[in-house]
Design a protein around this ligand. Structure first.
Ligand code: C2E
Ligand code: MG
Ligand code: MG
Ligand code: MG
Length: 280
């Protein structure tokens, strides 16, 4: 019985693996070409001030329009891009596009909006990031404080000393820095002392059950208190219900992002949404 069961499992897993490997190959094969052929797009998800309800900015989230697979989300291609090294030119592309948008918004009466861009571990630990940012800031003259860079604690802790140096260099230029997916990295809180930061993003895994799980409620509430005590702002991600937003507002969380307010949408849709919010 053990033997046939084992064989059954083997067949099951190998069928699964073939599907996964097939998709991976489809993605991998086209990944480099995709950048040249302009198949990537930045979607924008609104970030909301919890006190006033105003849209204060957005997070830029990569999407890939794959010719065979359709719209592909970053969880499916960022890991492959990381391994293959494409994440460096792709990350540069995302930053260039984001700074262009900030530049464009000045002319649309949306010049107060902040834009957050995710950085990968390889971008953080390479040498190209600061020269690129300097060039983009010089070429456009945008206010660096409107650009925020998000780094996961896992990426930052891969090389804490280099990360400390990078974050300090970013903040010396007036660029904002946020720690993404806060609380998921199994790292010690002492890095909060080591790094210069502006904001902590509470991972949506803690937000999901704040109404029903007293442990999650305690963690979120304590994180907001800790951040404020350290002079940092807090944004909660993955806010899907009014009750979650009310809880967070009650705990003095500064900002929120999630499907309750807006899904990630195209640039044009976000600009309409933000302009409409302006005229209310
Ligand atoms: P992240 O930076 O933590 O981004 C938040 C993710 O949560 C996004 O997924 C967003 O669509 C999703 N989300 C937002 N609100 C809600 C909600 O209310 N409920 C639920 N269930 N989900 C929500 P997305 O767009 O699939 O991005 C996944 C991850 O891919 C991002 O996580 C980020 O780590 C990475 N990523 C996206 N764009 C880039 C990029 O330009 N560069 C790098 N290096 N990574 C990126
Ligand atoms: Mg992020
Ligand atoms: Mg996150
Ligand atoms: Mg995440």
């Amino acid at each position: 019985a053990a033997k046939s069961c084992g064989r059954g499992n083997f067949q099951f897993f190998s069928a699964e693996m073939n599907a996964a490997t097939h998709e991976r190959l489809l993605l991998e094969n086209r990944l480099w070409q995709a950048l040249e052929q302009d198949e990537f797009e930045l979607f924008l998800q609104a970030q909301i001030d919890l006190r006033s309800g105003a849209v204060i900015g957005a997070e830029a989230l990569l999407r890939w329009h794959h010719p065979e697979l359709g719209m592909v989300g970053p969880d499916r291609f960022i890991p492959i891009a990381e391994e293959s090294g494409l994440i460096l030119p792709l990350g540069d592309w995302a930053l260039r596009r984001a700074v262009q948008l900030l530049d464009r918004w000045r002319g649309l009466g949306l010049g107060h909006l902040r834009l957050a861009v995710n950085l990968s571990a390889r971008q953080c630990h390479g040498t190209g990031l600061l020269p690129l940012l300097d060039r983009l800031l010089r070429e456009t003259g945008i206010d660096p404080a409107l650009l925020e860079l998000e780094i996961t604690e896992t990426a930052a802790m891969q090389d804490p000393e280099r990360s400390r140096e990078l974050l300090q260099q970013l903040r010396a230029r007036g660029i904002k820095v946020a720690i993404d997916d806060f609380g998921t990295g199994y790292s010690s809180l002492s890095y909060l002392k080591l790094f210069e930061l502006d904001r902590i993003k509470i991972d949506r895994g803690f937000v999901k059950d704040i109404e029903t799980d007293p442990d999650d409620a305690a963690i979120v509430s304590a994180t907001i208190g800790l951040a404020h005590a350290l002079g940092l702002e807090v944004i909660a991600e993955g806010v899907e219900t009014q009750a979650q937003a009310d809880f967070l507002r009650g705990k003095r969380c500064d900002e929120a992002q999630g499907y309750l307010f807006a899904r990630p949408v195209t640039v044009a849709e976000f600009e309409m949404l933000a302009s409409a919010a302006e005229t209310v």
